[in-house]
Design a protein around this ligand. Structure first.
Ligand SMILES: Cc1ncc(COP(=O)(O)O)c(C=O)c1O
Length: 374
């Protein structure tokens, strides 16, 4: 089945908003009701003057998209891209493209990132949860395919690879197996893909499978969470539909400018240095944690910029949510070190998720955990 058959009919027929600058973009611009006196900011920096903040941003962002596509390579172009206010906007847009509120459903493979459910709830779309293998946090292709085919109202499957909170990259062959044995849209959220040990992104496969969408973000490896720039790769036709649906000016002038700077060769080199440091620290942190009495297994994989470790009950030596919650609270309130309690997620009994910090931050975390648990 082609993806078009799954798009909501009103979205398929959508005529995108035509922006003032789509027709003419040069000369005395009195077409968009902007304030041509300029930005009313008393301490405008020179770098901001050039950006003409009083003007609406480019709705198409072709330059930024071309740089992002070039960064991933493998035949991807700006036409494969949708840009959003973080990948959280892409998560929501995809639901609106495919799911009729109150009728269609989406599926997730749990444990997984919480925003899929929040976006589904906002859109009045029910969620079907299919478990990952709870020992390895790997996708169970046959279980997943069976569950998806059992309910024709499921239109979308959200997979997270590497997973949050699992930190585990899913086997791409299993993902392809699902695409080939189910007639819905498979979304692979690759927010953490750059933290693996060089595993390739599935993004280039969107030109092979028109029912595959790959999400990425500049929030993680590029260190730009505050900028809010996320993206979806899809086949050209689907990317074009997603672009028609978005608010025309969702990417601000400041966001686009930062994104373009982040994708220069010099910035990418810095990003790669940070990734190497994070990978080194991830290894060191895990080793140190494994020597602390009261900390159990690293439950997750080693493919993201965080780890997911068990906190053990002192008496039973088993993972304990009560103890994990206690440790989480003590860390945050008495030691001013904030991690995330994930013990209520399926298969994550007693687990805390800890982002990999700088060497200094990780040393503090190790010291405080040793002190609390020792
Ligand atoms: C798996 C996953 N996807 C998406 C996001 C959100 O990314 P963004 O900052 O681009 O909205 C996060 C943030 O933590 C995440 O863990």
């Amino acid at each position: 089945m082609s993806f078009q058959a799954l798009v909501r009919p009103n979205i398929l027929k959508l005529v995108p908003y035509r922006c003032a600058r789509d027709d003419f973009s040069e000369g005395v611009l009195l077409d968009a009701n902007e304030n041509t006196s300029g930005p009313a900011i008393h301490d405008l920096k020179n770098s901001e003057v050039i950006l003409e903040l009083n003007r609406y941003p480019d709705p198409h962002q072709q330059k930024l998209k071309s740089l992002i596509a070039k960064f991933r390579g493998h035949g991807l172009t700006h036409e494969n891209l949708y840009l959003g206010v973080g990948s959280d906007e892409a998560i929501d847009s995809i639901i609106r493209v495919f799911c009729k509120p109150g009728i269609d459903k989406l599926a997730t493979c749990v444990p997984t990132y919480g925003m899929y459910r929040v976006s589904a709830d906002i859109n009045d779309v029910k969620v079907v949860s299919i478990p990952l293998d709870l020992e390895t946090f790997e996708l169970q292709p046959q279980v997943t395919i069976k569950a998806l085919n059992a309910d024709p109202s499921i239109k979308l499957l959200y997979l997270c690879s590497p997973g949050n909170p699992t930190g585990k990259r899913l086997n791409p062959e299993y993902v392809e197996l699902v695409i080939n044995n189910w007639n819905g849209i498979v979304v692979v959220d690759e927010a953490y893909i750059d933290f693996t040990d060089g595993a390739p992104s599935m993004a280039p496969l969107v030109n092979q499978y028109d029912r595959l969408i790959v999400l990425q973000t500049l929030s993680k490896s590029f260190g730009l969470a505050g900028v809010r720039l996320g993206l979806a790769y899809a086949c050209k036709e689907l990317a074009s539909i997603m672009n028609a649906l978005k608010a025309p000016y969702n990417i601000s002038v400041l966001t686009a400018d930062t994104g373009i700077r982040a994708l220069s060769d010099e910035s990418i080199a810095i990003m790669r240095t940070y990734i190497s440091e994070i990978q080194r620290e991830r290894k060191r942190l895990l080793e140190a944690l494994s020597n602390i009495k009261g900390i159990g297994r690293n439950r997750g994989g080693c493919d993201a910029n965080f780890v997911l470790v068990e906190i053990l009950d002192a008496a039973t030596n088993k993972p304990s949510n009560d103890r994990a919650h206690e440790v989480y609270n003590t860390l945050a309130t008495e030691r001013k070190v904030v991690v995330r309690f994930r013990g209520n997620e399926l298969g994550c009994e007693g687990c805390l998720r800890m982002s990999i910090g700088t060497k200094r931050e990780n040393d503090i975390l190790i010291r405080e955990l040793t002190d609390i648990l020792g």
